[in-house]
Design a binder for this molecule. Structure first.
Ligand code: ZN
Ligand code: FE
Length: 259
């Protein structure tokens, strides 16, 4: 199975999985990058998976469906281009002979879902949309910090070797913030150096891995004392360092204003 991040729009990736004959894509914000690769590689688009309703994730759905006849799967609780198979927590999607499980991960949007497959060529794979980024998480447009914490906790509980396919190349900016939160995190310093090299060569920093994110992503580390202390220094209205929801809320607020 081949896994490709197709650059799209400003800083989106449209993830494609293909077996040399058939393909699926996740969150096509526009159609042309997908059509080009389908034609170049002679692939038939079988399915389109959608994580949430934002335009940079669904803008290419109608054109791709019309051009290829691909089936569309997406969150039951959001308005996305129709017809689409509506999905909720625990539903299964079968595509390319793979079995994806749907996870409800509200926070960025109210009905955001993620797709997890336990084994793609032997290792797990996660399509998490705008919920989890490498070194960061999505902005809370429609959900609460408590919802986002629960969603991130459910993702962080996936196996360490899970390949994490995020939909934006935000890694370097996220890591600058992560360094401000945890200046002494050695894994973070190493990873930042690696990502700077990748981006200088115009290569994606993704997919990440869940084991790495647990080591370096402040939004998965709200129960680490150094992270909670740092959050309180920058957001003094935060009352308790032991309250993981409050730490997440403070980190998100700090990040929103971080330059
Ligand atoms: Zn979004
Ligand atoms: Fe997005």
């Amino acid at each position: 199975m081949n896994l490709l991040p197709l650059p799209a729009l400003t800083d989106n990736y449209i993830w494609m999985l293909h077996d040399g004959r058939r393909a699926i894509v996740v969150d096509p914000g526009e159609a042309p990058p997908v059509m080009r690769v389908l034609q170049q590689l002679g692939l038939q688009l079988q399915s389109i998976l959608v994580t949430h309703h934002h335009g940079d994730h669904v803008g290419g759905v109608d054109a791709l469906r019309e051009a290829t006849g691909a089936a569309v799967y997406g969150p039951a609780r959001e308005r996305i281009p129709q017809p689409a198979v509506p999905l909720v927590q625990g539903d299964r999607v079968s595509a390319l002979g793979l079995d994806f499980t749907v996870m409800d991960v509200p926070g960025h949007t109210a009905g955001h879902i993620a797709f997890f497959c336990a084994a793609v060529d032997g290792a797990p794979l996660l399509f998490c949309g705008d919920t989890l980024f490498s070194g960061g998480c999505g902005r809370l447009f429609e959900g609460t910090p408590a919802q986002m914490l629960k969603s991130l906790d459910s993702l962080a509980a996936l196996p360490g070797n899970t390949r994490v396919c995020c939909t934006h190349e935000y890694t370097l900016a996220n890591l600058r913030f992560a360094r401000a939160v945890e200046p002494a995190n050695v894994a973070l310093i190493d990873y930042q150096g690696l990502c700077e090299t990748l981006r200088a060569d115009h290569l994606p920093t993704l997919p990440s891995s869940m084991a790495l994110e647990r080591e370096i992503n402040p939004f998965l580390r709200v129960r680490v004392p150094a992270v909670a202390q740092s959050a309180r220094v920058h957001e003094p209205q935060m009352t308790s360092e032991a309250d993981a929801v409050a730490v997440l809320a403070a980190l998100r607020e700090w990040k929103n204003n971080f330059r």
